[in-house]
Design a protein around this ligand. Structure first.
Ligand code: PRP
Ligand code: URA
Length: 215
């Protein structure tokens, strides 16, 4: 398996809270309401770390004691871009951290036979070139959906792009990091492999179906 630890742009989380919540997600007996809650909680925990490089600027505030300079996040220049459908499940968790972020949407679904992504929607904040863009999708399987979504964002001017997924297959992580070496990738857990249907093993099944209660 590729050794991803040497790639500075890939962060694979090992925090016990994230690992515990991923175990709950994997369990097939975890119902829709808990599944949705966990996806948002994990997105928030991952976001806390993924946003560590947000720029700050000092402003003056008056405490009950005295005036002082204290840092605030510079500008309101973030965009969260979920890949529909499952990426939507992570949006509220990140909006808890960045309540003023704009939200774009990219609609993609995988063909069941070819496993290739098909695009059906793209609406992004305009302009997007100066924003920090966080693309979300709980699952990185072959990598095709994430690669195309980031291509669409770059075609519309996006530059500072982060991609956040909860479970990745080695195949997809390799493909995404090679297709977009400039993108920072955050992974909740790196799983073993893809099966012949391009599902992640052990994975958690179909993330969209489990978030939205469809089948
Ligand atoms: C799932 C998942 C990713 C994609 C990952 O979406 O949410 O978008 O598959 O697979 P890939 O890395 O091989 O492209 P799906 O196509 O099932 O659509 P849905 O979210 O609407 O169910
Ligand atoms: N999409 C999912 O939702 N799950 C997988 O395991 C692979 C792709």
């Amino acid at each position: 398996m590729t050794d991803f630890s040497k790639n500075k742009n890939i962060q694979i989380f090992d925090h016990p809270l994230i690992q515990h919540k991923i175990t709950r997600l994997r369990d097939k007996s975890t119902g829709t309401a808990e599944f949705r809650k966990l996806i948002n909680e994990i997105a928030m925990l991952m976001g806390y770390e993924a946003l560590r490089d947000l720029e700050l600027e000092d402003i003056e505030v008056e405490t009950p004691i005295e005036k002082c300079k204290s840092p605030k996040i510079k500008g309101k220049k973030q965009a969260i871009v979920p890949i529909l459908r499952a990426g939507l499940g992570m949006t509220d968790g990140l909006l808890n951290l960045l309540p003023t972020a704009k939200v774009g949407h990219i609609g993609l679904y995988r063909d069941e036979n070819t496993h290739k992504p098909h695009s059906y929607y793209c609406k992004l904040p305009n302009p997007i070139d100066k924003r920090i863009i966080i693309v979300t999708d709980p699952m990185l399987a072959t990598g095709g959906s994430a690669i195309d979504a980031i291509k669409f964002i770059k075609e519309r001017g996006g530059k500072k792009i982060k991609f956040m997924c909860i479970i990745a297959a080695p195949e997809g992580l390799k493909a995404l990091s090679e297709a977009h070496p400039d993108v920072q990738i955050y992974v909740g857990h790196l799983d073993r492999e893809l099966n012949e249907d391009a599902y992640i093993c052990p994975g958690l099944g179909d993330a969209g179906d489990r978030i939205f209660g469809t089948k």
